[in-house]
Ligand binder design. Structure first.
Ligand code: FES
Length: 92
């Protein structure tokens, strides 16, 4: 378990078996994605602190400080920024 701080707003706990994208979804966030396979870049965000382990092959272009949450897992505690997400809509 490693903590993942998102946009300096929320901190969630990662799980060793989930990608960062899945981790955010399980925490009740709805991050933007499309392919979930490292191709489209829709999930791209900035890695400010910590390190990630890639579990897939990144085809989408990323800057050196950017990561693709759909194909990587947290190796250490992380701080990520510019994550585009919606909190899950509460059911009435
Ligand atoms: S969702 Fe397409 S690269 Fe992550």
């Amino acid at each position: 378990m490693a903590s993942v701080k998102i946009n300096n707003q929320v901190t969630i706990e990662s799980n060793a078996s989930d990608t960062l994208l899945e981790t955010m979804e399980k925490a009740g966030l709805e991050p933007e994605y499309n392919c979930r396979d490292g191709h489209c870049g829709a999930c791209r965000c900035k890695l400010k602190a910590g390190s990630v382990e890639y579990v897939g092959f990144a085809m989408a272009f990323t800057q050196p400080d950017e990561i693709l949450p759909c194909i990587c897992k947290a190796k250490t505690a992380l701080e990520i920024e510019e994550v585009h997400y919606q909190p899950k809509a509460k059911r009435a």
